[in-house]
Write a protein that binds this ligand. Sequence first.
Ligand code: ASP
Length: 318
Amino acid sequence: MRFRRPHLLGLAGLDAGEIGDLLDRAESSWEAAGTAGWRAKRTPAIARLSVVNLILEPSTRTRCSFEIAEERLGAEHLSVGNEGLSLIKGETLSDTGRTLQAMGVNVFVVRHPEVGAPARLADELPGAHVVNAGDGTGEHPTQGLLDLLVMRRRWGELEGRRIVIVGDVLHSRVARSAVHGFHALGGSATLCGPRHLLPEAVGWPGATVVEDLDGALEDADAVMTLRIQRERFVAGEAVPDRAAYRQKFGLTRERVERLREDTLVLHPGPFNRDVEIDGEVIDSGRTEVWTQVRAGVAVRMAVLSVLAEADPAPEKGP
Ligand code: ASP
């Protein structure tokens, strides 16, 4: 099935056909994604878009790559963060959305600290398209897609592949989206980290949960390491000691040298060098981190152009 939804809120629930459709589109934007000043021939569908990126949490990669994707597609767009919005004067997100909609905005790219905020906005703004650009510990579907794109470019297909996701999985929307997407395409995930930063496998399809990283890495096809997302910890959750964490769960140079030569090394960024991954490993060129960033532009171009062709969510009856 092709992707024909009005919104992209998560990878949970998408089937292999829908994900493959988005990845095929992204593949066709690969050159554009890495080329300064590239401009698409503006299609009538894109010309009808007016995109606002509502970036209500810090963001470098996601925000910049959405903006670059919008620019290269030729879509009207602007970005605003908390500091520039009346949300800090007490306006609700929904009223902010309605205000922008009254100006003709019809696509909302939403990064928000609360799980479910983009989905709520999608319900409240009939006629608009909403893209989840990361909602708290919920999902980060465009990140999931870019990770899948990097793997698919390398392997052709993901069927039967095994990815190890190591670190603060509990607070990671990146991991959740990756696991749903990876599972839909026939792969399986091993989740690894300190016990208190690991979720139950329930709700993480096809995933197993382990604490021994070295065992998990044996024969892995890919490893994705995650930052300790301190800002998402709730009161009482213990933040691990950095040195002890690196020793047990860090992608140190020694660990990376023991990997199979063709094992992909991924990190969504931002990195904390010498904690979850050694700076030396990043600088050695052994990782896919910069390819992931480029894939981010390709995926965001794909998502926006697919949504431009999709029917918006219908207006609700009286
Ligand atoms: N950039 C990713 C996110 O927005 C990962 C991270 O913050 O560590 O979730």
